[in-house]
Design a protein around this ligand. Structure first.
Ligand code: VAH
Length: 318
């Protein structure tokens, strides 16, 4: 990767990945794009930024040509809970945007990354230690777009030779962007509420296991996969990766070690609970380890310690 175009650069992954890429490849070599410009935002101000609606294929191609990019990292998409509330819009953005980005990569001979998700699995998928190659029959629009995206990216690799690569992200946890429209975002929100209120009411029920990962591990995974030797890749779209699997009472217990008296309660949201229930309890990431050396550094204890430390600074809490 030398000159990188990032779509959705102001989103949960994009806002941190753009800064991470700029620290590695140089600020001027990472072109951040998003549908709106946030004045004063670090991602906007620290290097090239363009306003881009990923449904506008001409603008995407123009920006890619103008900056002579060799890599497209396509992140712009609706997450699971929002996608379930707006399924038609989710299909239009998640698939229309992906198609436009793949076409740019094909025309300009760029390498290509886009994330899939554990949301690409469904109720008939083996729930524990979910294999890399298995049944994928998701019942959510988010999952349908993720499976379709995996298939489309593999097609562009086989049919047009585009160097497409992707990972199936678990829930991602970070202190930089506030909780968004995902199902796993309870695991972000809980840290904010623990510090601000000393309590949290979870919309995901006790005992609901989901795979999770701290954002620094996710950022490293993207760079390591994109820099990996293509001849070693048996799979491409997309690799199972995870760092940990936990359920709400486990993260509450870890937080309580730092905030004595922290109170956890539950008010289950049936929509997001149904989405979570359709996802694996844990996934197997042997293929990613064997084909490009994937590893994760943070577990629940070390992530919790770092999240609380960083959020205290961000929220100006002593
Ligand atoms: C979501 N954070 O909740 C995303 C992710 C595995 C979950 O895809 O929609």
């Amino acid at each position: 990767m030398k000159k990188i175009l990032v779509t959705g650069a102001l989103g949960q992954i994009g806002s941190e990945l753009t800064m991470h890429l700029r620290s590695i490849y140089g600020a001027d070599n990472v072109v951040a794009t998003d549908i709106r410009r946030l004045e004063g935002n670090e991602t906007v101000e620290s290097g090239p930024f363009e306003i881009l609606d990923v449904l506008d294929s001409c603008s995407m191609a123009e920006i890619a040509k103008k900056h002579e990019v060799d890599t497209v990292i396509h992140l712009a998409a609706l997450l699971s809970a929002v996608a379930e509330a707006k399924p038609v819009l989710a299909w239009q953005i998640n698939m229309g945007g992906l198609f436009n980005a793949l076409e740019v990569a094909r025309e300009l001979k760029c390498s290509f990354f886009t994330p899939s998700s554990i949301g690409a699995f469904g109720p008939s998928t083996p729930r524990d230690n979910t294999p890399q190659d298995t049944i994928q029959r998701p019942g959510t629009m988010y999952g349908v777009t993720k499976v379709s995206g995996e298939l489309l990216c593999d097609y562009y690799n086989k049919r047009f030779g585009v160097d497409t690569r992707g990972v199936r992200f678990p829930g991602l946890i970070s202190y930089v962007t506030p909780p968004g429209g995902g199902t796993t975002d309870y695991a972000v929100d809980i840290y904010y509420k623990a510090l601000e209120e000393g309590k949290y009411t979870s919309y995901i029920g006790e005992g609901t296991y989901m795979d999770m990962m701290y954002m620094p591990d996710a950022l490293n995974a993207i760079v390591n996969l994109m820099e990996a030797d293509a001849s070693k890749l048996v799979h491409r779209n997309a690799f199972n990766i995870t760092a940990m699997s936990f359920e709400p009472s486990m993260i509450a217990a870890e937080i309580s070690k730092h905030i004595p008296g922290f109170k956890m309660s539950y008010e289950v949201d049936p929509v997001r609970q149904a989405i979570a229930d359709s996802w694996p309890n844990s996934i197997d990431c042997t293929a990613a380890k064997e084909e490009w050396g994937f590893s994760a550094k943070y577990d629940l204890a070390s992530m919790t310690e770092d999240m609380l430390k960083k959020l205290k600074v961000k929220l100006n809490i002593k």
